[in-house]
Ligand binder design. Structure first.
Ligand code: MN
Length: 205
C-alpha cells in the first residue's frame, strides 16, 4: 500500500490534513471505518476502510444508504493515511479538495465471516478487495450491518457500487444520508455563512 499519490496531491504546509508519512496499525485492534462528509467543488461522502495500515477510500457522490435497493456509485480514490480517520475541518482554497470535511459516521468493521483474529479478518477483506467483491459488516452509529462494495466489470475500473445487504438493519423506505445529517453540523453551519454569491450580484454603489 502506498501513500505516494496522497502525499503528491497535498502541501502539508498549507493544509491541516495529516501527512502520510507512516502506516499505522495497532496489533489486535479492531479495524476501523470512517465516513467523512466533504463539501469540495461538490458535496460528497468519503467512505474509508482500514486495511494494511492505511484507509482504502471511495468517494460516494450520493452518500451511503441503508436501503438494499440502492446501488450507490463509489469511485475508488487514493489510499489515505490511517490518521485521516480523525480529520475534520477546513481545507484552504487552492489546495486539493478545498472546502470543508466533517465526520459523518465512524466505528469498527469486520469481514462478513467475522473472524476472531483481526489479522485473519483483514486477509479475507484484502482478498475481497482484490477480487472486486468486498463484503463486510459495519458497526457504526448510523451505518450497521452487512454491506458490499462491488467493482464494476472492468478490472481497471475505479467505479464500484456500495450496496446494503438485507438484514435487520436494512430499511425499505427511501434513505437519504443528507436527512441523517444534523441541520447544525459543522458543514451546514459553514455553508450558511459562506453562501455562494448569487449572479448577477447587485453591487451597491
Ligand atoms: Mn473527498
Amino acid at each position: 500500500m502506498s501513500l505516494t499519490t496522497y502525499n503528491k496531491k497535498r502541501d502539508f504546509k498549507k493544509t491541516a490534513e495529516p501527512s502520510g508519512d507512516k502506516n499505522n496499525q495497532a496489533e489486535d485492534e479492531k479495524l476501523i471505518f470512517v465516513i467523512q462528509r466533504h463539501k469540495a467543488s461538490h458535496l460528497h461522502y468519503d467512505f474509508r476502510l482500514e486495511m494494511d495500515g492505511v484507509l482504502k477510500s471511495w468517494a460516494v457522490p450520493k452518500g451511503p444508504s441503508l436501503n438494499p435497493q440502492d446501488k450507490r456509485l463509489a469511485m475508488m480514490v487514493e489510499d489515505h493515511p490511517y490518521d485521516y480517520k480523525d480529520f475534520a475541518g477546513v481545507i484552504p482554497e487552492g489546495n486539493y479538495g478545498a472546502g470543508i470535511v466533517e465526520i459523518w459516521d465512524s466505528g469498527t468493521y469486520t469481514s462478513l465471516e467475522q473472524k476472531e483474529n483481526a489479522k485473519e479478518d483483514e486477509k479475507l477483506l484484502k482478498a475481497g478487495l482484490e477480487a472486486g467483491n468486498l463484503k463486510f459488516v459495519l458497526h457504526g452509529k448510523k451505518l450497521k450491518g452487512e454491506f458490499a462494495l462491488v467493482r464494476l466489470k472492468d478490472d481497471e475500473s475505479k467505479s464500484w457500487l456500495l450496496i446494503k445487504h438485507r438484514d435487520k438493519f436494512a430499511v425499505d423506505e427511501a434513505y437519504n444520508s443528507e436527512e441523517q445529517t444534523p441541520k447544525n453540523s459543522p458543514i451546514n453551519k459553514w455553508l450558511s455563512k459562506n453562501k455562494p454569491e448569487k449572479a448577477p450580484s447587485k453591487k451597491k454603489s
